[in-house]
Design a binder for this molecule. Structure first.
Ligand code: SF4
Length: 226
């Protein structure tokens, strides 16, 4: 089986515990207003890569990953290639690697739920706790993500919550309170609020895609704090 890979980061330090091999996968159904990786959106982009090649890459990196590290599948949206990522996850776990999955949860197929069950840790992006705002931020309906969040509540899967925070989008006390209520019942091991930045804007120009985030700006420290 093969995966469509956008790129790799060999010494990732923020996408899960320890040092990580981060595999950025190609393809995403969302169109987040603050996305800094529009080059990962197209499902037919990237490089078709056999699962075994990713396992070999992880094996070569094992001395650097140490006891605490492992492999993280990110994107794009890894659930969009759930069957192949599940095969890669199981192959890596058979060799003792810790596997994390960075996802918005916006795909709720049986294959996606099976993948969520299999990984050791889910890095879970909260786009918005409000259905109307979720659509405004992502361009998609909230229902699949809500279903996935419920699944993760039921299974008590360890999650690290991540939320991009932008001034003018989700910086208010009311939005913070709604986010806290929304993640209630999840097995939250860590909560990171990530400040919006504009580093990916040039990619939109290069791709000829209109940038929807022009009205946003980075949050103040007070707005960023939960
Ligand atoms: S889910 Fe991630 S990759 Fe997809 S549009 Fe949103 S920020 Fe970009």
């Amino acid at each position: 089986m093969t995966l469509r890979v956008h790129s790799y980061e060999s010494f990732g330090a923020v996408d899960g515990p320890g040092i990580r091999l981060v595999v950025f996968l190609q393809g995403c159904p969302l169109r987040c207003v603050f996305c800094h990786n529009p080059d990962t959106w197209a499902v037919d982009g990237g490089t078709e890569t056999p699962v075994e090649e990713i396992v070999r890459k992880a094996r070569r990196m094992r001395p650097y990953l140490g006891e605490d590290g492992g492999v993280t599948f990110s994107g794009g949206e890894p659930l969009a290639q759930a069957r192949a990522v599940l095969e890669a996850t199981q192959a890596l776990q058979r060799e003792g690697f810790h596997v994390a999955l960075d996802t918005s949860g916006a795909i709720d197929t049986p294959e996606a739920l099976a993948l969520l069950d299999a990984v050791d840790l889910v890095l879970l992006d909260v786009k918005s706790p409000d259905p109307a705002r979720f659509r405004a931020v992502t361009g998609q309906d909230h229902a699949p993500a809500w279903h996935v969040f419920d699944h993760l509540r039921r299974t008590r899967k360890p999650v690290w919550i991540r939320q991009v925070v932008a001034h003018g989008l989700n910086d208010t006390p009311a939005e913070k309170a709604a986010t806290k209520a929304f993640v209630d019942g999840l097995n939250v091991q860590r909560f990171d609020r990530l400040p919006y930045h504009e580093l990916g804007v040039h990619k939109y120009e290069a791709l000829g895609i209109p940038y929807r985030g022009a009205a946003l700006s980075p949050p103040s420290p007070e707005e960023l704090a939960l």
